[in-house]
Design a protein around this ligand. Structure first.
Ligand code: NAI
Length: 480
């Protein structure tokens, strides 16, 4: 703790470098800057204590400072052990007016290359503000912060934490230990967090899935807004964001020529579509695997061959998983790959690629080429290159999506936070989406920056197609 701010980052001295990057990012984030302009004075988030768990990047720094400008108190962690940009984390702690010796910013607990134990220690820091108060809002990406509260309440209610079994895996064991330690200090801490909580706004596909499951089981403890399924989030960030950051990650990690290579994209949802575009844009020959006939047909209509992984595993050069599912590329597949095939994942969790199985292959050797790039050498001498140990490689090997597309996602986040915080009576313990007029508002905020001249409907035309001149222009079931 320095100057009343508690934090844990790699190096505060990186703050100046981070501040320069944040300054440039702000110019590329017109949505967030417009929301600062619109709500900076009225401060609708005054009284909000936001616990944020979302990749601690430069773009996230602009989000955090927007939430602060709107009146919120904020604590932040990264939702992935490799995704923090240390200079951004330092800059947020130092703040816009502070110095390295006298930080005046926001509490951040995140650094690039956390261990899993450190990751959950950081997550735990979210839930006690310096004045001892619990947070009353969560910004989540992947649902880990929400999971911690739900598991915490479950075990506090039971009065004990179950013993971890071998099947639970290492990470769940750490989560259990984190809650056990919290209960020793304060047996009802997460129960109080849940009581005060007005809601969570969730960023990504996987986290949203977790929340719908909790709601369907009647276990969701507070309202949730599904930010991912705003059109201006998943049809932009997941797709165009990946189109940018996948190639970026591959290039920074390996610098291998992508043109002419055979690349397999597993999953052709929003992220898969962006991944295929990214690789095709570099001249790679792209094939796709899918389980959903609609997405498979979409891929085929785009001229992409839809294959089984087994058909190509021995001849492809690059493998990218985007499914949000698990057990997609198994150790046995990796054993059959070409020498120096590159394997990476951009789905949220690291279980798309069977890293545990890979490590158990008898006689296998792991060589670190550089951080987040590992050569795994099989006993027969052939090797594969695994990026970011199977975790999100566009964030682990590069810096994630660019600012402009994240401005769309994060404008939805800010609007969703304002909704849940200022209208607690309107939302039950369910999962909601933002109404379409707000989705359209987010898009509108990004048009000027690109010189877009939008045609205006005449009153007669609006009547003819049955919409209001001011929108919304599409029914909720429209798919874009
Ligand atoms: P999505 O649901 O639109 O797409 C996933 C696709 O994978 C679906 O079409 C599904 O049918 C397919 N699939 C499922 N199991 C499969 C299997 N065994 N083999 C082949 N295909 C299979 O989801 P979306 O939005 O594309 O997200 C995918 C993942 O990426 C999620 O984990 C999400 O959280 C994450 N994500 C990552 C981002 C990043 O920056 N790296 C950004 C946004 C989302």
């Amino acid at each position: 703790q320095v100057n009343g701010i508690d934090f844990a980052v790699a190096d505060l001295a990186l703050a100046e470098a981070g501040r320069h990057q944040i300054r440039l990012a702000e110019l590329e984030m017109p949505g967030l800057m417009a929301l600062r302009e619109e709500f900076g004075e009225s401060k609708p988030l005054r009284g909000a204590r936001i616990a944020g768990s979302l990749h601690m990047t430069v773009q996230t720094a602009v989000l955090i400072e927007t939430l602060v400008d709107l009146g919120a108190q904020v604590r932040w962690v990264s939702c992935n052990i490799f995704s923090t940009q240390d200079e951004a984390a330092a800059a947020v702690v130092v703040g816009r007016e502070g110095t390295v010796h006298e930080p005046k910013g926001t509490s951040v607990f995140a650094w690039k290359g956390e261990t899993l134990a450190e990751y959950w220690w950081c997550a735990d820091q979210l839930f006690t503000f310096p004045d001892g108060q619990p947070p009353n809002m969560v910004v989540d990406d992947g649902g880990d912060a929400t999971l911690l509260v739900h598991k915490g309440v479950e075990f506090e209610t039971a009065g004990k934490v179950p013993a971890a079994t071998e099947e639970d895996g290492e990470e769940y064991g750490i989560l259990l230990a984190t809650i056990a330690a919290s209960m020793e200090r304060d047996p009802k801490r997460f129960t109080r967090v849940a009581e005060q909580m007005r809601g969570v706004t969730e960023e990504t596909t996987v986290g949203v899935k977790r929340m719908y499951k909790l709601a369907a089981d009647g276990e969701l403890l507070f309202p949730a807004i599904n930010v991912n399924d705003s059109v201006t989030k998943s049809k932009f960030d997941n797709k165009y964001g990946i189109r940018h950051s996948l190639a970026d990650g591959l290039n920074r990690a390996t610098d291998v020529m992508l043109g002419g290579k055979l690349a397999v994209v597993c999953g052709y949802g929003d992220v898969g579509k962006g991944a295929a575009d990214s690789l095709r844009g570099q001249g790679a020959r792209v094939v796709v695997t899918e389980i959903d006939p609609i997405c498979a047909l979409q891929a085929a209509m785009e001229g992409l061959e839809v294959v089984h992984l087994d058909d190509v595993v021995h001849k492809a050069d690059i493998f990218i998983t985007t499914t949000g599912n698990f057990n997609i590329i198994m150790a046995e597949h990796m054993g059959r790959m070409k020498h120096n095939a590159i394997v990476g994942n951009v789905g949220h969790f690291d279980n798309e690629i069977d890293m545990a199985g890979l490590a158990r292959v008898p006689g296998i050797r792991k060589i670190e080429i550089k951080p987040q790039v590992h050569e795994w050498v099989f006993p027969d001498g052939h090797a594969i290159i695994v990026l970011s140990e199977g975790r999100l490689m566009n964030l682990g090997n590069a810096t994630g999506h660019p600012s402009f597309v994240m401005s769309n996602s994060f404008s939805n986040q800010v609007i969703a936070q304002i909704e849940l915080f200022t209208k607690p009576g309107d939302y039950q313990r369910e999962v909601y989406r933002l109404p379409k007029h707000l989705d359209e508002k987010v898009a509108r905020l990004h048009l000027d920056a690109l010189g877009v001249r939008l045609t205006e409907l005449s009153k007669e035309q609006a009547e003819y197609i049955g919409v209001d001149v001011a929108g919304p222009y599409k029914p909720d079931h429209y798919r874009y």
